[in-house]
Design a protein around this ligand. Structure first.
Ligand code: ADE
Ligand code: ZN
Length: 322
């Protein structure tokens, strides 16, 4: 039982959190046939590329500022309902552009959802703008530029998601330079679909304070030590890793080994309904599948707040709530 524990989430893609029932009602509203991607209340995909395709199709049924406000408010209300005090949402202005809404209206809708959720539950949230590798390096630079110039206090970080096999980290270095110069927190998907080399590349080229997943660092003992020595925080999403077959089962998942080796880890849900999970379930897995006690789980939650992309006053206030 982890329902009594306060929770923090640093790694969740906004469109990836879309409840299937909401997606279906949105699809009906716009007369979009989503039946190849959503059937019997379940998102349909079978491997990593088809998951990304499904994600992009689902995103297309959220078309207006209000749609995005509703999606954001809905997800944050769910998080607040299970005792979550802080959430970082990964948002992709490119998805806003692709449906013709535009990046500003997309972010404005998400911001409105954050304000509504905070007013009703007190949950604090920030945004991490992401580039998507499968939209190409130019679009990733565009996303970094957008985040750097947005001058929006809710946008506090920059990420790189999408198909990790597309290009090497060095191909995206300029985007991270732009984000770093703008004072944004840096995190990057690495060591999920690709192996340890992708995590080493990331440390060599970007030196982010956090890495999304990073779990395949376990394939290289020296790299695990390097992560521990550098204090790099891994945003670990066990349910996602099993659903995407990064590891065959929870017994072979390296979360416990990484923590024991001194690597800083936190728990998140990534794209919860796509992976038949939720932040609630991820915390339960920490207890039941990985055998962590309350103290160890609290430690991972605290690590999340210590690594959060927030101003120091907000961090102190949130740590006080733990
Ligand atoms: N976009 C949404 N979920 C993702 C994941 N798990 N890896 C890479 N890109 C993503
Ligand atoms: Zn992710």
């Amino acid at each position: 039982m982890t329902s009594h524990l306060k929770k923090v989430e640093l790694h969740c893609h906004l469109e990836g959190a879309a409840p299937p029932a909401l997606t279906l009602s949105q699809a009906r509203k716009y007369n979009i046939d989503i039946s190849d991607y959503l059937r019997n209340g379940v998102y349909v995909w079978h491997d990593f590329p088809s998951f990304l395709e499904c994600y992009d199709k689902v995103s297309e049924v959220y078309q207006t500022e209000e749609d995005y406000a509703l999606l954001t408010e809905t997800y944050l209300a769910e998080l607040a309902g299970i005792g979550t005090i802080y959430s970082e949402l990964i948002v992709s202005p490119d998805h806003g552009k692709r449906i013709g809404l535009g990046a500003d209206a997309y972010i404005a809708g998400v911001g409105e959802g954050i304000r509504r959720a905070k007013a009703s539950s007190g949950i604090e949230a920030r945004l991490i703008v992401t580039g998507e590798r499968h939209f190409g390096p130019e679009s990733v630079i565009g996303a970094a530029d957008y985040a750097a110039k947005a001058n929006n206090p809710l946008i506090t970080g920059f990420n790189l998601a999408g198909d990790e096999r597309m290009g090497r980290v060095i191909d995206y270095a300029l985007a991270f330079d732009i984000a770093r110069d703008a004072g944004l927190g840096l995190t990057i998907h690495a060591g999920e679909v690709c192996g340890a080399f992708s995590v080493s590349d990331t440390l060599d080229v970007v030196r982010p304070s956090r890495i999304g997943h990073g779990v395949r660092a376990i394939e290289d003992a020296d790299l695990v030590k390097r992560l521990a020595d550098m204090g790099t925080v891994l945003e670990v999403c066990p349910g996602s890793n099993i659903a995407l077959k990064v590891f065959p089962d929870f017994e072979s998942h390296p979360l416990r080994k990484l923590k024991q080796a001194g690597v800083k880890v936190t728990i998140s849900s990534d794209d919860p309904p796509f992976f038949h999970t939720s932040l609630k379930r991820e915390y339960e897995l920490a207890a039941n599948a990985f055998g962590f006690g309350d103290t160890e789980i609290d430690e991972m939650t605290r690590t999340g707040l210590e690594a959060a992309f927030v101003d120091e006053a907000t961090r102190r206030e949130l740590l006080g709530r733990l």
